[in-house]
Design a binder for this molecule. Sequence first.
Ligand code: FES
Length: 133
Amino acid sequence: MTIATGRIRDKSLSKALRPTTAPGELIMTVVRFVSHDGKTHAVPVEEGQSLMQVATNNAVPGIDGDCGGEAACGTCHVIVDPQWSECVGPPGADEEEMLAMNPEREPTSRLSCQMVVSDVWDGLSVRLPEFQM
Ligand code: FES
């Protein structure tokens, strides 16, 4: 996807996972939400937003965000593509407590409200569980 946003891609980051672009090409960071039935929602993101905010602002089905991002409800659970888990990082302590109560938790599960979007996440893919807590 090539969109003039005024930002130039840093070619040194996650190179193997990014689509090919010409040097200096202007792009927009895109994250993919994959629902439990395989439907994909590709959403443009801005650095500094939470991934839950991105999903709810773009009406991605399956992310509720009932507590508004306080890591207190678990309705923003996502499963990070294992290829991206190191780049995204592990859950924090409060997040870990909430995830521990989730029967659909997987090794790369995160609460999307606790994930602050970074420009290096261009191409990130997260899967949504069939049910939120
Ligand atoms: S929005 Fe409630 S835990 Fe993330």
